[in-house]
Design a binder for this molecule. Structure first.
Ligand SMILES: Cc1cc2nc3c(=O)[nH]c(=O)nc-3n(C[C@H](O)[C@H](O)[C@H](O)COP(=O)(O)OP(=O)(O)OC[C@H]3O[C@@H](n4cnc5c(N)ncnc54)[C@H](O)[C@@H]3O)c2cc1C
Length: 434
């Protein structure tokens, strides 16, 4: 997405460029897979309309193919689903008034008493939302997703997801009249016809086929006197270049540099990435839920969340049928990596049948797609290590790092698009062009 966005920006400015993509297709971690008549995204994507420029760009790219989706999400806890953002009456019915009053009291105390100052993700979120809500939902979920104890996670992992969510907001929303839900993080969002991959595909089309080479892995990046001079592709061909934008995972990009960076910089870039197994079940049933996403914070579930693609766009499943896609995060070296596809499908099928979400005999089939480098693992101290890396890379006047893993930040599409265009503008300005 970031590389394609940079290509689009260069093309709009009439500048020659070439995108080198290692995989056999464009789109990276932002694509829509097809399996027979079913389609599903590389994770439960939504387009957030938080950046005006990005929204205008996507609307222009997709013509009228970007639609508003206004369905809430749900959290599975203590044996039942509750709507998220929470509603007081539903919480009380599900968990009792005592629970609700305790949560409300903790959050009101958090608002009145303490300010969010310093600390890791776990400490800050416990201070902000109170121990009950933070412990039961947020911290459990984050640990499963990022693969580290919440106390070792950087506060950055919250990203924009929790923007606008505070103790008072939750209390207010929980007690708000029905039909007036919060819009902070799980409210309405935008989504393209055809799946999230429509955005990547339209960006690739904007770049022009002749400017994109797939199956082209950058293996070395040559530099001299503070400038990147050339890149080597697939271990052979060397291409001279005036400037480079890289969305290659940051630590791997550093290791491509020739001459190599100092050992201390390479050591600072000891970054880790979380991988993701997407397990899709195809069902002989019209619909399972009406939620955008179903979250499963409890550790007993191997997956973090499930989405039903047709709730984002009807065409994701054929008429009368639907699908569910479970996300199982894992790290390199874990058992998930080597589990056979059938085992993963069966695990998800039996777990969902076990809680009564589906019945075993309505499953028509399933498949698994694995994403490498789905999430940069932002642990405590990442800010300092990233600063050290960028202080070194800052010496290359004709280089910009872009994208989620390319900058090792928890970025989303609406960040990547303007960031990439800005980076192209900076490089051209550095050449004396407007
Ligand atoms: C599960 C999941 C859910 C998400 N949900 C949302 C969401 O709801 N909303 C949202 O806005 N964003 C979401 N995102 C984020 C969004 O999809 C990512 O920000 C985006 O895919 C990252 O794009 P990128 O271009 O930075 O990196 P990538 O997609 O990782 O692209 C990097 C590319 O570089 C290529 N590459 C690597 N090494 C080399 C090499 N040596 N030579 C040549 N090519 C190389 C890779 O093959 C890849 O295509 C989600 C991401 C995931 C994984």
């Amino acid at each position: 997405m970031a590389g394609l966005a940079a290509g689009g920006a260069a093309r709009r400015r009439g500048r020659p460029f070439l995108i080198l993509e290692r995989a056999g297709r464009t789109g990276g971690n932002c694509v829509t897979f097809a399996h027979g008549p079913f389609r599903f995204d590389s994770g439960a994507h939504r387009f957030h309309e938080h950046d005006r420029e990005a929204t205008l760009q996507v609307r222009r790219l997709l013509s009228d193919g970007l639609k508003r989706v206004d369905v809430p999400s749900q959290v599975y806890a203590r044996g039942r689903f509750v709507t998220f953002p929470f509603k007081a009456a539903e919480l009380a019915a599900a968990f009792g008034w005592r629970f609700l009053l305790r949560v409300a009291g903790e959050m009101a105390a958090a608002r009145l008493g303490r300010k969010n100052r310093g600390g890791d993700f776990a400490a800050r979120k416990t201070r902000a939302y109170g121990p009950t809500l933070a412990g039961s939902y947020l911290l459990n979920y984050s640990q499963k997703l990022w693969g580290l104890p919440a106390g070792r996670l950087s506060d950055e992992i919250a990203g924009n997801r929790l923007r606008g969510l505070n103790g008072w907001g939750l209390v207010r929303d929980a007690f708000a009249a029905a039909g007036n839900p919060a819009t902070h993080l799980e409210g309405a969002f935008a989504y393209p016809d055809g799946g999230i991959g429509a955005i990547s595909d339209s960006l690739a089309a904007e770049c022009g086929r002749e400017n994109v080479r797939t199956g082209a892995e950058v293996r070395r990046v040559f530099h001299e006197n503070g400038r990147i001079r050339a890149v080597q592709v697939n271990g052979g061909e060397v291409l001279a270049c005036a400037a480079v934008l890289s969305s290659i995972p940051l630590d791997r990009f550093l290791r491509l540099l020739d001459p190599a960076p100092p050992a201390a910089v390479l050591a600072a870039a000891a970054f880790a990435y979380r991988r993701l197994a997407l397990v899709a079940l195809f069902l002989d049933r019209e619909t399972v839920s009406h939620a955008a996403t179903l979250y499963f914070p409890e550790p007993r579930f191997p997956f973090t969340r499930i989405c039903e693609p047709r709730n984002r766009w009807r065409g994701m499943a054929p008429e009368g049928r639907t699908s569910l896609v479970a996300e199982i995060p894992f790290s390199t070296g874990s058992g998930i990596e080597s589990l056979a596809e059938e085992r993963l499908v069966e695990t998800v099928r039996s777990t969902l049948a076990g809680i009564g979400l589906i019945t075993g005999n309505e499953v028509l089939g399933g498949c698994v797609r694995r994403l490498d480098d789905a999430y940069p693992v932002l642990d405590r101290g990442v800010e300092d290590r990233r600063r050290e890396v960028f202080s070194y890379l800052g010496r290359f006047a004709n280089l910009r790092c872009i994208g989620r893993n390319g900058t090792f930040r928890y970025l989303h599409i609406h960040h990547l698009l303007p960031d990439a265009a800005r980076a192209v503008g900076e490089l051209l300005a550095g050449e004396g062009e407007s």
